[in-house]
Design a protein around this ligand. Structure first.
Ligand SMILES: [Zn+2]
Length: 307
Protein backbone atom coordinates (compact mmCIF):
# COMPACT_ATOMS: atom_id res chain seq x y z
CA UNK A 1 0.00 0.00 0.00
CA UNK A 2 2.77 2.40 1.01
CA UNK A 3 4.58 1.76 -2.23
CA UNK A 4 1.42 2.48 -4.26
CA UNK A 5 0.99 5.75 -2.35
CA UNK A 6 4.62 6.61 -3.04
CA UNK A 7 4.24 5.83 -6.74
CA UNK A 8 1.06 7.95 -6.89
CA UNK A 9 2.82 10.90 -5.29
CA UNK A 10 5.67 10.52 -7.77
CA UNK A 11 3.20 10.47 -10.64
CA UNK A 12 1.43 13.60 -9.35
CA UNK A 13 4.75 15.38 -8.88
CA UNK A 14 5.81 14.43 -12.40
CA UNK A 15 2.44 15.50 -13.79
CA UNK A 16 2.51 18.95 -12.20
CA UNK A 17 6.11 19.35 -13.37
CA UNK A 18 4.94 19.01 -16.96
CA UNK A 19 2.43 21.86 -16.54
CA UNK A 20 4.14 24.25 -14.17
CA UNK A 21 6.87 26.72 -15.04
CA UNK A 22 10.22 25.28 -14.11
CA UNK A 23 13.31 27.38 -14.55
CA UNK A 24 14.79 27.23 -18.05
CA UNK A 25 17.94 28.89 -19.18
CA UNK A 26 18.01 31.62 -21.87
CA UNK A 27 21.03 33.11 -23.60
CA UNK A 28 21.01 36.55 -25.24
CA UNK A 29 22.54 35.77 -28.64
CA UNK A 30 21.89 39.23 -30.11
CA UNK A 31 20.75 42.41 -28.40
CA UNK A 32 17.17 41.76 -27.23
CA UNK A 33 17.12 38.24 -28.71
CA UNK A 34 17.00 35.27 -26.35
CA UNK A 35 17.27 31.54 -27.04
CA UNK A 36 16.71 28.49 -24.87
CA UNK A 37 18.23 25.33 -26.32
CA UNK A 38 16.28 22.14 -25.76
CA UNK A 39 18.12 18.86 -25.13
CA UNK A 40 18.71 16.29 -27.83
CA UNK A 41 16.21 13.66 -26.70
CA UNK A 42 14.15 11.60 -29.09
CA UNK A 43 10.34 11.76 -29.01
CA UNK A 44 10.31 8.36 -27.35
CA UNK A 45 11.02 7.08 -23.85
CA UNK A 46 12.85 9.94 -22.12
CA UNK A 47 11.04 12.70 -24.06
CA UNK A 48 10.41 15.56 -21.64
CA UNK A 49 8.80 18.11 -23.98
CA UNK A 50 11.82 20.43 -23.99
CA UNK A 51 13.91 19.36 -26.99
CA UNK A 52 13.82 22.23 -29.48
CA UNK A 53 15.05 25.82 -29.54
CA UNK A 54 12.56 28.37 -28.28
CA UNK A 55 13.00 32.08 -27.79
CA UNK A 56 11.84 35.62 -27.97
CA UNK A 57 12.78 38.96 -29.51
CA UNK A 58 12.18 42.28 -27.76
CA UNK A 59 11.59 45.44 -29.78
CA UNK A 60 10.95 48.99 -28.52
CA UNK A 61 7.22 48.39 -28.15
CA UNK A 62 6.52 44.67 -28.09
CA UNK A 63 7.80 41.11 -27.85
CA UNK A 64 7.56 38.20 -30.29
CA UNK A 65 7.89 34.61 -29.11
CA UNK A 66 9.31 32.06 -31.55
CA UNK A 67 8.23 28.49 -30.85
CA UNK A 68 6.84 27.52 -27.48
CA UNK A 69 8.14 24.02 -26.70
CA UNK A 70 6.32 20.74 -26.36
CA UNK A 71 4.10 21.40 -23.36
CA UNK A 72 2.17 24.04 -21.48
CA UNK A 73 4.90 23.76 -18.82
CA UNK A 74 7.61 24.84 -21.25
CA UNK A 75 5.35 27.66 -22.50
CA UNK A 76 4.82 28.86 -18.92
CA UNK A 77 8.56 28.80 -18.32
CA UNK A 78 9.19 30.96 -21.41
CA UNK A 79 6.51 33.42 -20.28
CA UNK A 80 8.11 33.67 -16.84
CA UNK A 81 11.54 34.37 -18.35
CA UNK A 82 10.12 37.08 -20.64
CA UNK A 83 8.44 38.78 -17.67
CA UNK A 84 11.78 38.85 -15.84
CA UNK A 85 13.29 40.86 -18.68
CA UNK A 86 10.58 43.21 -19.94
CA UNK A 87 7.14 44.62 -19.21
CA UNK A 88 6.38 45.16 -22.89
CA UNK A 89 3.36 43.31 -24.27
CA UNK A 90 3.78 39.96 -25.99
CA UNK A 91 2.21 40.84 -29.31
CA UNK A 92 3.12 37.81 -31.42
CA UNK A 93 3.58 34.08 -30.91
CA UNK A 94 5.12 32.53 -34.00
CA UNK A 95 5.48 28.82 -34.80
CA UNK A 96 8.22 27.73 -37.20
CA UNK A 97 6.25 24.57 -38.13
CA UNK A 98 3.75 21.98 -36.95
CA UNK A 99 5.90 19.50 -34.99
CA UNK A 100 4.64 18.85 -31.48
CA UNK A 101 7.87 19.78 -29.71
CA UNK A 102 7.51 23.34 -31.12
CA UNK A 103 3.79 24.12 -30.59
CA UNK A 104 2.32 22.75 -27.35
CA UNK A 105 3.42 25.70 -25.21
CA UNK A 106 1.29 28.11 -27.30
CA UNK A 107 -1.59 28.09 -24.81
CA UNK A 108 0.60 29.55 -22.05
CA UNK A 109 0.40 32.91 -23.83
CA UNK A 110 -3.40 33.08 -24.32
CA UNK A 111 -3.80 35.40 -21.33
CA UNK A 112 -1.46 37.89 -23.04
CA UNK A 113 -3.78 38.01 -26.11
CA UNK A 114 -1.04 37.89 -28.75
CA UNK A 115 -1.56 37.34 -32.46
CA UNK A 116 -0.59 33.76 -33.31
CA UNK A 117 1.40 33.57 -36.53
CA UNK A 118 2.24 30.66 -38.80
CA UNK A 119 2.48 29.16 -42.26
CA UNK A 120 -0.77 29.13 -44.24
CA UNK A 121 -0.91 25.33 -44.01
CA UNK A 122 -0.32 25.25 -40.25
CA UNK A 123 -3.92 25.28 -38.93
CA UNK A 124 -4.86 22.33 -41.15
CA UNK A 125 -1.67 20.43 -40.30
CA UNK A 126 -2.30 20.93 -36.56
CA UNK A 127 -5.83 19.54 -36.86
CA UNK A 128 -4.62 16.61 -38.94
CA UNK A 129 -2.02 15.58 -36.33
CA UNK A 130 -4.09 16.42 -33.23
CA UNK A 131 -5.13 12.89 -32.19
CA UNK A 132 -1.67 11.44 -32.73
CA UNK A 133 0.00 14.28 -30.82
CA UNK A 134 -2.46 13.94 -27.93
CA UNK A 135 -1.62 10.24 -27.69
CA UNK A 136 2.11 11.03 -27.77
CA UNK A 137 1.82 13.70 -25.06
CA UNK A 138 -0.16 11.30 -22.88
CA UNK A 139 2.25 8.45 -23.43
CA UNK A 140 5.53 10.29 -22.77
CA UNK A 141 4.58 13.43 -20.82
CA UNK A 142 1.56 12.09 -18.94
CA UNK A 143 -0.41 15.10 -20.18
CA UNK A 144 -4.09 14.41 -20.87
CA UNK A 145 -5.79 15.36 -24.14
CA UNK A 146 -7.63 18.12 -22.25
CA UNK A 147 -4.31 19.69 -21.30
CA UNK A 148 -2.73 19.21 -24.75
CA UNK A 149 -4.07 22.48 -26.07
CA UNK A 150 -3.50 23.52 -29.66
CA UNK A 151 -3.64 27.22 -30.48
CA UNK A 152 -3.52 27.58 -34.26
CA UNK A 153 -2.31 30.78 -35.92
CA UNK A 154 -4.74 33.39 -37.22
CA UNK A 155 -2.13 35.50 -39.00
CA UNK A 156 -1.25 33.22 -41.89
CA UNK A 157 1.75 33.58 -44.16
CA UNK A 158 1.38 32.36 -47.75
CA UNK A 159 4.17 30.69 -49.68
CA UNK A 160 6.40 33.16 -51.56
CA UNK A 161 4.50 36.13 -50.10
CA UNK A 162 6.55 37.30 -47.11
CA UNK A 163 4.97 39.57 -44.53
CA UNK A 164 6.50 41.87 -41.95
CA UNK A 165 5.64 42.57 -38.35
CA UNK A 166 7.04 45.44 -36.30
CA UNK A 167 8.03 45.14 -32.65
CA UNK A 168 8.85 48.86 -32.48
CA UNK A 169 11.87 49.83 -34.60
CA UNK A 170 12.45 46.14 -35.07
CA UNK A 171 11.02 44.47 -38.17
CA UNK A 172 10.67 40.73 -38.47
CA UNK A 173 10.20 39.36 -41.95
CA UNK A 174 8.20 36.14 -42.14
CA UNK A 175 8.77 33.85 -45.08
CA UNK A 176 6.72 30.69 -45.69
CA UNK A 177 8.41 27.90 -47.65
CA UNK A 178 7.04 25.28 -50.03
CA UNK A 179 7.05 21.73 -48.69
CA UNK A 180 10.50 20.94 -47.24
CA UNK A 181 11.11 19.69 -43.65
CA UNK A 182 7.30 19.76 -43.35
CA UNK A 183 4.59 21.53 -45.34
CA UNK A 184 4.47 24.30 -42.71
CA UNK A 185 8.01 25.73 -42.57
CA UNK A 186 8.34 29.42 -41.73
CA UNK A 187 11.56 31.46 -41.50
CA UNK A 188 11.69 34.51 -39.23
CA UNK A 189 14.26 37.11 -40.20
CA UNK A 190 15.23 39.80 -37.69
CA UNK A 191 16.36 42.51 -40.10
CA UNK A 192 18.19 44.59 -37.47
CA UNK A 193 20.69 41.87 -36.59
CA UNK A 194 20.40 39.89 -39.84
CA UNK A 195 19.58 36.80 -37.79
CA UNK A 196 17.23 34.12 -39.13
CA UNK A 197 15.23 31.65 -37.07
CA UNK A 198 14.99 28.86 -39.60
CA UNK A 199 13.14 26.22 -37.57
CA UNK A 200 13.86 22.65 -38.58
CA UNK A 201 15.10 23.59 -42.05
CA UNK A 202 18.46 23.42 -40.28
CA UNK A 203 19.50 20.88 -37.69
CA UNK A 204 22.79 21.32 -35.85
CA UNK A 205 24.25 18.33 -33.97
CA UNK A 206 21.02 16.36 -34.14
CA UNK A 207 20.13 14.21 -37.19
CA UNK A 208 17.83 16.07 -39.62
CA UNK A 209 14.21 14.93 -39.76
CA UNK A 210 12.51 14.60 -43.15
CA UNK A 211 8.73 14.86 -42.79
CA UNK A 212 7.88 16.77 -45.95
CA UNK A 213 9.69 16.31 -49.23
CA UNK A 214 13.39 15.59 -49.65
CA UNK A 215 13.72 17.51 -52.95
CA UNK A 216 11.85 20.52 -51.52
CA UNK A 217 14.05 20.34 -48.43
CA UNK A 218 17.23 20.51 -50.56
CA UNK A 219 15.88 23.50 -52.55
CA UNK A 220 14.86 25.27 -49.33
CA UNK A 221 18.46 24.97 -48.13
CA UNK A 222 19.69 26.41 -51.42
CA UNK A 223 17.41 29.45 -50.96
CA UNK A 224 18.55 29.85 -47.35
CA UNK A 225 22.17 29.87 -48.47
CA UNK A 226 21.52 32.77 -50.83
CA UNK A 227 20.19 34.97 -48.02
CA UNK A 228 23.60 35.49 -46.41
CA UNK A 229 22.28 35.67 -42.88
CA UNK A 230 24.80 36.78 -40.29
CA UNK A 231 23.47 34.32 -37.75
CA UNK A 232 21.20 31.31 -37.90
CA UNK A 233 19.08 29.89 -35.10
CA UNK A 234 18.32 26.28 -36.03
CA UNK A 235 15.29 24.37 -34.75
CA UNK A 236 17.64 22.13 -32.79
CA UNK A 237 21.25 22.72 -31.76
CA UNK A 238 23.51 25.67 -31.13
CA UNK A 239 22.84 28.97 -32.97
CA UNK A 240 25.70 29.75 -35.32
CA UNK A 241 27.40 32.57 -37.19
CA UNK A 242 28.62 30.03 -39.72
CA UNK A 243 25.23 29.36 -41.29
CA UNK A 244 26.67 28.21 -44.61
CA UNK A 245 28.61 25.41 -42.92
CA UNK A 246 25.51 24.27 -41.02
CA UNK A 247 23.29 24.44 -44.12
CA UNK A 248 25.85 22.53 -46.19
CA UNK A 249 26.09 19.79 -43.58
CA UNK A 250 22.31 19.22 -43.65
CA UNK A 251 22.36 19.41 -47.45
CA UNK A 252 25.08 16.74 -47.68
CA UNK A 253 23.02 14.43 -45.48
CA UNK A 254 19.89 14.98 -47.59
CA UNK A 255 21.73 14.52 -50.89
CA UNK A 256 23.33 11.33 -49.61
CA UNK A 257 19.88 10.05 -48.62
CA UNK A 258 18.35 11.05 -51.95
CA UNK A 259 21.10 9.48 -54.07
CA UNK A 260 21.37 6.26 -52.08
CA UNK A 261 17.61 5.73 -51.90
CA UNK A 262 17.32 6.28 -55.65
CA UNK A 263 20.09 3.77 -56.26
CA UNK A 264 18.44 1.28 -53.89
CA UNK A 265 15.11 1.57 -55.69
CA UNK A 266 16.72 1.29 -59.13
CA UNK A 267 18.69 -1.79 -58.12
CA UNK A 268 15.75 -3.47 -56.38
CA UNK A 269 17.09 -3.22 -52.81
CA UNK A 270 14.00 -3.49 -50.56
CA UNK A 271 12.88 -1.01 -47.90
CA UNK A 272 13.92 -3.12 -44.90
CA UNK A 273 17.39 -3.77 -46.31
CA UNK A 274 17.71 -0.07 -47.21
CA UNK A 275 16.85 0.98 -43.65
CA UNK A 276 19.70 -1.19 -42.38
CA UNK A 277 22.33 -0.07 -44.87
CA UNK A 278 21.76 3.43 -46.35
CA UNK A 279 23.26 6.71 -45.18
CA UNK A 280 25.93 5.05 -43.06
CA UNK A 281 28.69 7.40 -44.26
CA UNK A 282 26.86 10.12 -42.29
CA UNK A 283 26.51 8.09 -39.12
CA UNK A 284 29.38 9.59 -37.10
CA UNK A 285 28.36 13.16 -37.84
CA UNK A 286 25.02 13.31 -36.02
CA UNK A 287 23.36 12.59 -32.70
CA UNK A 288 20.41 10.15 -32.53
CA UNK A 289 21.50 8.92 -35.96
CA UNK A 290 20.38 5.28 -36.06
CA UNK A 291 16.79 5.85 -34.99
CA UNK A 292 16.21 9.03 -37.03
CA UNK A 293 18.01 7.87 -40.17
CA UNK A 294 15.83 4.74 -40.20
CA UNK A 295 12.68 6.87 -39.87
CA UNK A 296 13.81 9.14 -42.70
CA UNK A 297 14.39 6.19 -45.05
CA UNK A 298 11.01 4.78 -44.05
CA UNK A 299 9.37 8.05 -45.15
CA UNK A 300 11.46 8.97 -48.19
CA UNK A 301 11.85 5.53 -49.83
CA UNK A 302 8.09 4.97 -50.47
CA UNK A 303 7.74 8.55 -51.77
CA UNK A 304 10.66 8.18 -54.18
CA UNK A 305 9.34 4.84 -55.41
CA UNK A 306 6.54 6.74 -57.13
CA UNK A 307 8.75 9.30 -58.83
ZN1 LIG B 1 10.38 19.60 -36.72
Amino acid sequence: MAIIKYLCSLLIAFHSLSLSAKEINFIEIQPGMFVHQGSHFDVDIGYQGDICNVGFIIGNEAVAVIDTGGSLGVGNSILKEIKKRTNLPIRYVINTHVHLDHIYGNAAFLKESPVYVGHIELPKAMRFRKDFYEQTNLKYLNITAKESIQVPPTMLISINAPQEIDLGDRILKLDAYSIAHTNTDLVIHDIQTNTAWVGDLVFIERTPVIDGNIHGFISALESLKKQQYKMIVPGHGTPTKNGILAINKVKTYLQTMRDEIKEAIDSGLGLQESIKTLGQSESGKWELFDVQNARNINIVYPMMEWE
